[in-house]
Design a protein around this ligand. Structure first.
Ligand code: MTE
Length: 317
């Protein structure tokens, strides 16, 4: 059932990581769990915020690191539509409605689509992938996301040969998103990828974290996760996906073009104009803990560096 989040989450409500791991083991051992996890037709439901999801752990993308606690992942957020403070999204998103929800896929596609959440959840088997999300503000988290490769959805729409970019538009509901009263960004929040980046199997269409459907503050009901790029590319609460032949202008490019480029690949050698990107603070490790050295492409170079062969990533930041 949908739970209002106008009040801060109580620590008693938060699933402890060990409980989550035990629950996951139980689920995976349960008879029929694999059939469920395989996402057999008719089993997926349009689940409200915070409901358990059926998924398979990814064999390929599971960082062998302890995930950041669920409490930190869900209370230390950037979601400017709900305010610019890190705790604003968890405190101020209680009125936001995620049901009913549709995502439109249009532009240079042979088969434009409008999908509801039930259709999105049934489109491909859900997987749990443990990815690091590294924010341009030089902090990072390790999160057990649930979802599937965005390519599965894009293929359904059958991209035209002329499509080169994908534009992501997210929800802008002034009644329930108090942050929209500020003109800090030009709403709605827009991000974009090159088509080959969007089709890369690492690019995740996420519907959950920690085994449950996404909380609003993390981008309910469906968001993007592009783990080799700074976190701002990972647009939350998607409503429209448009294939284009020209490079779309993202919200951050519009507001500060000298600071935020189209590519936004994690590159420790290129500082942000106002701070270094060489290291990152790992959320949950304590403010005075030693910072972690940031890796090129956030540690995913082996998977994605070839997408940028012959490109000067200092110029195309
Ligand atoms: N999506 C929307 N719609 N609005 C936002 O303000 N912030 C981005 C990204 N997606 C943002 C967004 C930034 S700056 C980051 S670092 C990540 O979301 C944070 O995701 P998280 O809160 O789930 O860690």
């Amino acid at each position: 059932m949908f739970k209002s989040r106008s009040q801060p989450i109580q620590s008693s409500e938060i699933t402890d990581e060990s409980v989550w791991r035990a629950r996951r083991r139980l689920f995976l051992q349960a008879p029929g769990a694999l059939a469920l996890a395989a996402g057999l037709p008719g089993l997926a439901q349009a689940v409200p915020v915070g409901q358990a999801l059926s998924f398979n752990p990814s064999q390929r993308w599971k960082l062998d690191e302890t995930p950041t606690s669920e409490a930190d992942v869900t209370t230390y957020n950037n979601f400017y539509e709900f305010g610019t403070g890190k705790e604003d999204p968890s405190r101020q998103s209680g009125q936001f409605k995620t049901e009913p929800w549709t995502v439109q896929v249009d532009g240079l596609v042979h088969k434009p689509l409008t999908l509801d959440m039930d259709q999105i959840l049934k489109l491909a088997p859900l997987e749990e992938r443990i990815y690091r999300l590294r924010c341009v503000e030089a902090w990072s988290m390790v999160v057990p996301w649930v979802g599937y490769s965005l390519s599965a959805l894009l293929k359904q729409a059958s991209p035209m040969g002329s499509a080169r970019f994908v534009r992501f538009e997210t929800a802008a509901e002034p009644e329930t998103m108090p942050g929209l009263r500020s003109r800090i960004l030009d709403w709605p929040y827009v991000e974009a990828l090159r088509l080959d980046e969007a089709m890369h199997p690492l690019t995740l269409l996420a519907t959950g974290l920690y085994g449950k459907s996404l909380p609003v503050q993390n981008g309910a009901p469906v968001r993007l996760i592009v783990p080799w790029k700074y976190g701002f590319k990972s647009a939350k609460s998607l409503v429209r996906i448009t294939l284009t032949d020209t490079m779309p202008e993202s919200s951050w490019m519009k507001v500060a073009p000298h600071e935020y480029g189209f590519y936004a690949n994690v590159n420790p050698d290129v500082p942000h104009p106002r701070w270094s990107q060489a290291t990152e603070r790992v959320i949950g490790s304590g403010f005075f803990a030693t910072k972690k050295a940031t890796l090129p492409f956030n540690g995913y170079a082996e998977d994605v560096a070839s997408l940028y062969a012959n490109m000067d990533l200092r110029r195309y930041y």
